[in-house]
Design a protein around this ligand. Structure first.
Ligand code: SAH
Length: 207
């Protein structure tokens, strides 16, 4: 518990002001979202390998994206890139209903088998290609992309409700810029750009 509190304080000291996000980091046992071999490092503010060449995002990055989404209790959120489901759980404990998609079958199956994850009632999982979104559940209040596309997929913009927000790291492999797109009431898109990060690429199709 002390380790979680320290991690939450560290993230807050780097400029994350959304109190609900910091509280979620304080609450969630991040080690239980990762394979046993790396649990000893769970409370370092670092991205760590979870298998299949994928990573659990750095807590600061999770907090940064969540803050940009300005999550409100009851929000219906689409997440692309379930990975470890840590980000999905942060959204769920913040009061959102989460629809999360993963393209790697092994990661999807591991999450399905996890008894630990069953406690997060608000998370719905799908094995599929995030470029296609989740049309049956659209429109979404918010969309969060946790792998990097070279451009924001138009299909996902189409699944965002009017007045909704989409947050994504956009760019080529290596470095991407965080963007937040707002779909205005007249349907116009408003893009704001933020800091630079390094995410794994958003890939087409299923694996
Ligand atoms: N949100 C995750 C971060 C995982 S890293 C967490 O909290 O741990 C990004 C994830 O996006 C990887 O698991 C990767 O397999 C997945 N991904 C990449 N392209 C995708 C796509 N087109 N559709 C769905 N998932 C994708």
């Amino acid at each position: 518990m002390a380790l979680r509190a320290k991690l939450a304080d560290e993230v807050a000291s780097q400029g994350i002001k959304d109190a609900r996000v910091i509280e979620a980091i304080r609450q969630l046992p991040r080690h239980l979202f990762m394979p046993a071999e790396i649990r000893g490092r769970a409370y370092e503010d670092k991205a760590l390998p979870i298998g299949e060449g994928q990573t659990i995002s750095q807590p600061y990055t999770v907090a940064y994206q969540t803050q940009l989404l300005s999550v409100q209790p009851g929000d219906k959120i689409l997440e692309v890139g379930t990975g470890s489901a840590y980000q999905a759980a942060i959204l769920a404990v913040t009061g959102a209903r989460v629809y999360t998609i993963e393209r790697q079958k092994k990661l999807y199956d591991r999450n399905q088998r996890s008894r630990f994850l069953q406690q997060f009632q608000g998370i719905h999982y799908r094995y599929g290609d995030g470029f296609l979104g989740w049309p049956e559940e659209a429109p979404f209040d918010k969309i969060l992309i946790t792998a990097a596309p070279e451009e924001v997929p138009a299909s996902l913009i189409g699944q965002l409700r009017v007045g909704g927000l989409l947050v994504a790291p956009v760019g080529k492999q290596g470095t991407q810029q965080m963007v937040r797109i707002t779909k205005e009431d007249d349907g116009q898109l408003n893009t704001a750009s933020f800091d630079y990060f390094s995410f794994v690429p958003m890939l087409k199709g299923k694996a």
